[in-house]
Design a protein around this ligand. Structure first.
Ligand SMILES: [Zn+2]
Length: 258
C-alpha cells in the first residue's frame, strides 16, 4: 500500500533524476509537469481515502474476527429528527452500532447521547466543529477541537472517548500529529455507503451489501430519511445472512473508552 513518506522519498529521487537528466541531457518541460501532477493526484487521493492508510494507520475492518460480526457506524449525529428513529430500528432488530458524534450536536441534544449509551451502543469522537476546512487545520487546532468534543462528551456520559473518526474521512500529517498527542485511535470503514450523496436507496443498499462479509465496518449517517430506509433493508439483509451488527470496538477488539 502507498504511504505518504514512501511516495515523497520516491518523488524526491525522481525529481533529482530529472534535474540531473536536464543538466546532462534534454528533459522536456512536460515531463516535469507530468511528474508534479502525478504527485498531487496521489497525495490528494491518499488524503481522501482513509482505507489507503496513506498518512496514518486507521482501523478499517477486522476480517480475523471469529464470530459473524459486522459493525454499522453512524457519523454526524446526534440528530433530533433521525437518531431516535435509527435507535428504534436497531432495537427492533436487536442490532448494536457505534455513533461517531459531532461535539456541537451532542451539546444541543445531550439526551440523545445518553439514550445511545443506555441502549448499548458505543460512541466516538467525530470532532467538535466538523468544519468544512478541518483538513486545513493546524495540528494544534485539531488537538483543541478533539479535546473540546471529548470534554463535552465526558460531561454528558462520564466516558473518556478514545475512538476518532476523521470528518470527511480526510487524513493528513497535521491530523496524524494531533492524534499522537490526544491518543485517539482513527477508525475508518470498509463499506462506504455514500448515503449523503444523491445516490438512490437501491444503489446505496447495493454498495453496502455487495461482497459484505464478517469483519466489515459500514459507514452510514443518521441524518436522512433515505438512510433510515436503507438501514431497515440492511438489518433484514444481515439477519438473512446470519450476520450480526456489534459496536465497532467489539468488532475491532479494542476499548472505546479510557
Ligand atoms: Zn462527518
Amino acid at each position: 500500500m502507498l504511504r505518504f513518506y514512501t511516495i515523497n522519498a520516491l518523488a524526491l529521487v525522481i525529481f533529482f533524476g530529472l534535474l540531473l537528466g536536464g543538466f546532462f541531457g534534454d528533459v522536456p518541460v512536460w515531463l516535469y509537469v507530468l511528474f508534479v501532477l502525478i504527485w498531487i493526484v496521489i497525495t490528494a487521493i491518499g488524503s481522501f481515502q482513509i482505507r489507503w492508510n496513506y498518512h496514518l494507520q486507521s482501523l478499517n475492518h477486522n476480517y480475523k474476527v471469529s464470530k459473524n460480526y459486522v459493525s454499522i457506524t453512524f457519523d454526524d449525529g446526534p440528530n433530533p429528527d433521525y437518531t431516535p428513529k435509527v435507535l428504534a430500528l436497531l432495537k427492533k432488530h436487536g442490532a448494536k452500532a457505534t455513533f461517531f458524534l459531532i461535539g456541537k450536536n451532542a451539546d444541543m441534544y445531550s439526551e440523545l447521547v445518553q439514550q445511545i449509551i443506555n441502549e448499548g451502543h458505543s460512541i466516538g469522537n467525530h470532532s467538535f466543529s466538523h468544519a468544512k476546512n478541518f483538513g486545513f487545520f493546524s495540528s494544534k487546532k485539531v488537538v483543541a477541537d478533539l479535546n473540546h468534543a471529548n470534554a463535552l462528551l465526558k460531561e454528558i456520559t462520564g466516558k473518556e472517548l478514545k475512538l476518532f473518526r476523521p470528518p470527511f474521512g480526510v487524513t493528513n500529517p497535521n491530523i496524524k500529529k494531533a492524534l499522537r498527542k490526544t491518543g485517539h485511535k482513527s477508525i475508518g470503514w470498509s463499506k462506504r455507503s455514500l448515503d449523503t450523496t444523491n445516490l438512490s436507496e437501491e444503489k446505496i443498499f447495493k454498495r453496502i451489501t455487495t461482497n459484505l462479509k464478517k469483519g466489515d465496518v459500514i459507514l452510514l449517517h443518521d441524518s436522512s430519511a433515505k438512510t433510515l430506509a436503507v438501514l431497515e433493508q440492511l438489518l433484514l439483509f444481515l439477519q438473512s445472512h446470519e450476520l450480526q451488527s456489534v459496536p465497532v470496538d467489539q468488532l475491532l477488539e479494542i476499548e472505546a473508552y479510557a
